[in-house]
Design a protein around this ligand. Structure first.
Ligand code: NOJ
Length: 566
């Protein structure tokens, strides 16, 4: 696979990776990327109607690029009744007119690419909106080819294929349609009928949709709800699903030099493991398992859950990559943890009932979860940027935006971007209601948390985030090197190394007390160790002993003379 190449010049220079044997690895752009997730409608309004749009986003591309981002993941921007934040698509080949048009989209891609950023878009193929013309025709006309685009039954089956995705918001997964006089399958909300992916015509549509957006210059697709697509009791259906993703992979390889498929897939290791199969299935996958274990480690103030989470991850080949994240636009889903582990997280991070959702998650952003403790937030992001995989942040994370629990469901974490201490936080000049209320009171109000103020303050979270991203990009070992967990004598600490041509040792203290930890591997490397970043100034490690402040982190690199040559 050959990429068009991201600009990572400083990283290459410092790393000294001019060796040809690493060229192939460098070409896997997605292993070196730093991803920024954003929703056009809540990012920046340019025409003062209270809704973010593509022109607004374009005007903010320099901000995103100078933060160090190399890839933008755009949440759905397609025409939609917007009953599930755009994940209810009415037309796969257009831009919702509130956000702009295809012309704006093309300019956006060009402008992002010119700034060295690729763009990934959501591919929502598990379901459509019930307002999609396919569904409207399907319910109306039993003889239409669209009838078979969805799954219908005359009687509700006794045994269900899968369970409702939003347990406390849905009655089941079959909904009666008066017009069709049949039940249709919907594993999400009832206004989102599931597409019948076994139907060759639906597969053909998926190809057409992919081709369309690839032609417009996207660098790949986030395959929405991939783990739901696979939910089935029959092996035959599962095989059909794998056949679909292998078909999509072949399609993308044929039509693009470097575009990727990124699966939104959660579940136990054997389930998520099946989404990776060398160069035949997904290139990337959201790392839900690690995400949950990082939060367990933060809640218990111990490093050991991270080691447990890492050890659980299924094997994958070199071209497959995890996408690591802390929070995104959905709930913090902890359903794959054991009950006692979930209880520990809920107890400290969601003590009030309305902080929880769907019986399995937390609808808060990171700063409120961590009581706005700056040292702890830095620790969490230092983990994100050093654990093996590609890191992703949600818009607003870089300034420490909070949540609004008065908003329904997951909208709590989807409030408009806070640009300045100005009308509507600088998001929009509209005097009426915004697409969603901006946070305007309390600790996380735009008056206190905003980009403009933080740009002027060298100690702001924004400036810290920019520095840590710069660090991360200078050390490609972190994204694609061989990873090892370092066993230590201190459970509070998590230590690991990543090696490629060089080795990085990284040590994190999850606890609220200063710690000392013995790392024998480090002792041998001591004369050649360079401390590349840390939360404060420390004395160099001696006899393998590393000191860390409360929630401290330290990144070390072994000087070239001790570099591994394998
Ligand atoms: C996954 C998306 O992340 C979520 O926001 C959405 O509700 C479901 N897919 C259903 O489309």
């Amino acid at each position: 696979m050959r990429g068009t190449g991201q600009q990572h010049l400083s990283g290459s220079t410092i790393a000294g990776h001019q060796n040809d044997s690493y060229m192939e690895e460098k070409d896997l752009w997605y292993k070196r990327a730093v991803v920024y997730a954003l929703d056009v409608e809540t990012f920046q309004d340019s025409d003062n109607d209270g809704i973010g749009d593509f022109q607004g986003l374009i005007s903010r591309l320099d901000y995103i690029a100078t933060l160090g981002i190399t890839c933008i993941w755009l949440l759905p921007f397609y025409p939609t009744p917007n009953r599930d934040n755009g994940y209810d698509v009415m037309d796969y080949y257009n831009v919702d007119k509130r956000l702009g048009d295809l012309g704006d989209f093309a300019i956006f891609i060009k402008e992002a690419n010119e700034r060295g950023m690729k763009v990934i878009v959501d591919l929502v193929i598990n379901h459509t909106s019930d307002q999609h013309p396919w569904f409207q025709e399907a319910r109306r006309n039993p003889n239409s080819k669209y009838r078979n685009y969805y799954t219908w039954v005359k009687e509700e089956p006794e045994e269900d294929i899968g369970k409702p995705a939003f347990a406390d918001k849905q009655d089941g997964i079959w909904n009666w349609d008066e017009e069709a006089q049949m039940f249709y399958l919907h594993r999400f909300y009832e206004h989102q009928p599931d597409l019948n992916i076994a139907n060759p015509d639906v597969r053909e549509e998926i190809h057409r949709i992919m081709r369309f957006w690839l032609m417009l210059g996207v660098a790949g697709f986030r395959v929405d709800a991939a783990h739901i697509l696979i939910q089935s009791d029959t092996e035959k259906d599962k095989l059909e699903f794998y056949d679909l993703i292998e078909d999509m992979r072949e399609f993308i390889n044929t039509h693009s030099q470097d575009a990727v498929l990124l699966a939104e897939a959660s579940g136990p290791p054997h389930v998520v493991g099946s989404f990776f199969k060398g160069k035949q299935r997904m290139h990337m996958m959201f790392n839900f398992l690690l995400n949950q274990h990082v939060f367990l480690a933060l809640a218990r103030k111990e490093g050991s859950p991270i080691a447990k989470g890492m050890r659980m991850l299924p094997d994958k080949d070199y071209t497959s990559q995890w996408l690591n994240f802390l929070r995104h636009h959905d709930e913090l889903n902890i359903e794959d943890l054991e009950k006692s582990e979930q209880d520990d997280i809920f107890k400290v991070f969601a003590p009030d009932e309305d902080m929880k959702i769907f019986g399995r998650g937390i609808r808060r952003r990171l700063p409120p979860i961590l009581s706005d403790n700056r040292a702890r937030m830095e620790l969490a992001y230092s983990l994100l940027f050093t654990l093996p995989g590609t890191p992703m942040i949600q818009y607003g994370a870089e300034i420490g935006m909070g949540d609004d629990l008065t908003q329904p469901e997951r909208n709590s974490v989807r409030t408009p971007m806070q640009w300045a201490n100005a009308l509507n936080g600088g998001f929009s000049d509209y005097e009426g209601d915004l697409i969603r209320p901006i946070i305007s009171s309390g600790k996380y109000s735009y008056k206190k948390v905003n980009v403009t103020d933080q740009l002027c303050d060298p100690d702001s979270f924004l400036n810290w985030m920019e520095r840590i991203i710069r660090m991360r990009r200078q050390f490609p070992e972190l994204g694609s090197g061989d990873f090892s967990i370092i066993e230590t004598d201190n459970r509070k600490v998590f230590a690991h190394s990543c090696s490629q041509k060089f080795t990085l040792y990284v040590v994190h203290n999850l606890s609220s007390q200063p710690q000392k930890v013995l790392i024998p591997e480090l002792q041998a490397a001591e004369p050649n160790l360079i401390e590349v970043t840390s939360n404060q100034t420390y004395k160099a490690p001696k006899n393998g002993e590393v000191a860390l402040s409360a929630y401290g982190y330290r990144w070390f690199r072994v000087r070239k003379s001790l570099a591994k040559t394998t």
